[in-house]
Design a protein around this ligand. Structure first.
Ligand SMILES: *[C@@H]1O[C@H](CO)[C@@H](O)[C@H](O)[C@H]1NC(C)=O
Ligand SMILES: *[C@@H]1O[C@H](CO)[C@@H](O)[C@H](O)[C@H]1NC(C)=O
Ligand SMILES: *[C@@H]1O[C@H](CO)[C@@H](O)[C@H](O)[C@H]1NC(C)=O
Ligand SMILES: *[C@@H]1O[C@H](CO)[C@@H](O)[C@H](O)[C@H]1NC(C)=O
Ligand SMILES: *[C@@H]1O[C@H](CO)[C@@H](O)[C@H](O)[C@H]1NC(C)=O
Ligand SMILES: *[C@@H]1O[C@H](CO)[C@@H](O)[C@H](O)[C@H]1NC(C)=O
Ligand SMILES: *[C@@H]1O[C@H](CO)[C@@H](O)[C@H](O)[C@H]1NC(C)=O
Ligand SMILES: *[C@@H]1O[C@H](CO)[C@@H](O)[C@H](O)[C@H]1NC(C)=O
Ligand SMILES: *[C@@H]1O[C@H](CO)[C@@H](O)[C@H](O)[C@H]1NC(C)=O
Ligand SMILES: [Cu+2]
Length: 417
């Protein structure tokens, strides 16, 4: 091969092994320090010590523009190894920092620090980060906000302001103790004791009333709510009393806007919605309540926060509540989901294959493994998740090493031609 081709392949191999960053000359680089440690939090009249980033629940927000790169130096001052996952960030050619413990990344040992590189590509909107070791994500998570690049804008009128709304699960017990007990006995894990909005169970709990999250709005203004579901296990309905909302984005991409009275959001999902403060100045509840089409037990509680208008008026004795669908209202959940469509326009072209040649049938389920009555799950068996009736087994070959060696081999092959 000629010298020029040799150089080209060296360059391509470098790009493939080291990520996309060479392509985005204008990409800004951001640096964050995350200090992971245990601290005390009080909710539902009870104080517990839990793992968070920088003592905040939810944790700090990462703000970038489309195509940027962020370096997050994670200082693990906890007792166990932990990794952080950048949920929904595609990280093209950069699988080295994706999080899943012992699958694509080794845990960051306690007492050390490690810098994770996050390469953004075509994502725009809201995503989130969370710990990816056992159940640590229950308390270790936060928003990732990806704004349009300079010179571009949203595919909708620029909102007057924006706010992050994180839905979460609150466990009075220690989440590590809960998942450890589950893995040891095969029983279903303890249910959460409350759901939270921006870390707070809300107004319906005596001990939490005073710290209920308030979203302050001005009449006539439009707010972009970046809603993230960090809820551990349940799908959630969410709505705001007397206000419709317009869903404009999901999981870091834009949607055809839809006007709705409630959304249904699953664990791990994000939704960007517009809220226009067009009702009489007052207090209005925003509410999250579970949707669960199952016979398995789930947390049936309801979490609230308050949309509070600026101005001089007497607060109502009790804010109006939205009427959300009942927890088993599958048609309500489906009616919402059926309306979600990707935005398609000149600026947001979509190229999906229209000629479907293969159909795949996929079932995700929770099965029971027989352990001769020695387990604590239903009928003395052990709960175990599966896909198409096959449960996960760790591969014998390290995934990242395989990827690295394979790419390296191809590069060497080309270089020696
Ligand atoms: C977290 O805390 C550390 C130490 O106090 C600080 O240097 C860092 O900037 C904080 N990070 C964020 C994202 O706020
Ligand atoms: C955290 O709370 C526990 C008991 O709930 C208490 O013993 C401990 O002193 C508290 N730690 C701090 C740093 O406040
Ligand atoms: C990952 O590997 C480390 C080191 O072998 C081990 O301590 C840890 O328990 C493993 N984590 C999981 C979730 O298997
Ligand atoms: C650990 O943190 C120090 C100082 O914050 C930094 O210089 C160093 O590069 C970090 N180490 C790793 C492996 O990220
Ligand atoms: C799980 O729930 C049971 C029954 O309420 C309780 O006894 C146990 O302490 C809980 N476990 C943890 C780790 O919180
Ligand atoms: C909250 O406090 C009120 C008045 O003190 C009491 O009547 C009510 O039972 C309490 N509710 C709960 C859930 O503890
Ligand atoms: C919300 O939307 C519904 C149906 O699309 C409509 O009937 C209702 O008037 C709207 N409410 C508000 C407050 O805009
Ligand atoms: C769809 O794909 C199949 C298999 O590749 C091909 O035979 C067929 O001609 C395609 N149909 C259209 C309309 O492109
Ligand atoms: C799933 O696998 C188990 C164990 O191999 C088998 O007994 C069962 O019949 C399978 N179930 C289905 C629906 O294929
Ligand atoms: Cu995730």
């Amino acid at each position: 091969m000629g010298a020029n081709r040799g150089l080209l392949f060296t360059f391509l191999c470098f790009v493939v092994l080291h990520g996309w960053s060479l392509y985005s000359a204008e990409a800004a680089v951001h640096y964050y320090d995350f200090v992971l440690k245990k601290s005390n939090f009080t909710r539902l009249c009870n104080t517990k010590s839990m793992l968070t980033v920088n003592d905040s629940f939810p944790g700090p927000v990462i703000r970038v523009q489309k195509g940027d790169v962020a370096y997050v130096n994670v200082h693990n001052q906890g007792k166990y190894g932990v990794t952080i996952h950048w949920h929904g960030v595609k990280q093209p050619r950069n699988p080295w920092y994706d999080g899943p413990e012992n699958i694509t990344q080794c845990p960051i040992p306690a007492g050390t620090n490690f810098t994770q590189e996050i390469i953004f590509s075509d994502e725009e909107g809201t995503l989130w980060w969370h710990a990816h070791s056992e159940w640590s994500r229950a308390t270790v998570h936060g928003a990732i906000i990806i704004s349009p690049t300079d010179g571009t804008t949203y595919p909708f009128a620029k909102p007057d302001a924006e706010e992050v709304i994180v839905l979460g699960s609150w466990y009075t017990g220690d989440v590590k103790a809960i998942i450890d007990a589950t893995l040891a006995t095969g029983a279903s894990p303890n249910l959460s004791d409350a759901y939270t909005i921006n870390g707070q169970p809300g107004d319906l709990y005596n001990c939490s009333k005073d710290s209920t999250y308030h979203l302050l709005v001005e009449h006539g203004k439009t707010y972009l709510l970046r809603i993230i579901s960090a809820v551990m296990n349940e799908e959630m309905f969410f709505g705001i009393a007397k206000h419709n909302i317009t869903v404009v984005g999901m999981d870091g991409a834009y949607l055809e806007p839809i006007n709705v009275q409630y959304i249904m959001i699953t664990p791990g999902q994000t939704m960007d919605v517009l809220l226009t403060a067009n009702q009489s100045p007052s207090y209005y509840y925003m509410v999250g309540s579970p949707y669960a089409d199952t016979i398995a037990p789930f947390d049936k509680t309801v979490t609230t926060a308050i949309v509070r208008y600026h101005g001089n008026y007497g607060p109502p004795p009790s804010p109006a509540s939205p009427s959300l669908p009942a927890s088993n209202d599958t048609p309500a959940a489906e009616n919402f989901m059926r309306r979600l469509k990707s935005l398609v326009s000149k600026d947001y072209p979509i190229n999906v294959p229209k000629n479907v040649t293969t159909s795949l049938y996929i079932t995700a389920s929770v099965n029971l493994i027989d352990c001769h009555g020695k387990c604590a799950g239903p009928m003395g068996m052990r709960l175990s998740a599966s896909m198409n009736n096959i449960s996960f087994q760790k591969p014998t070959v390290d995934i990242l090493e395989a990827y690295y060696q394979y790419v390296l081999l191809i590069c060497l092959h080309f270089l020696m031609l």
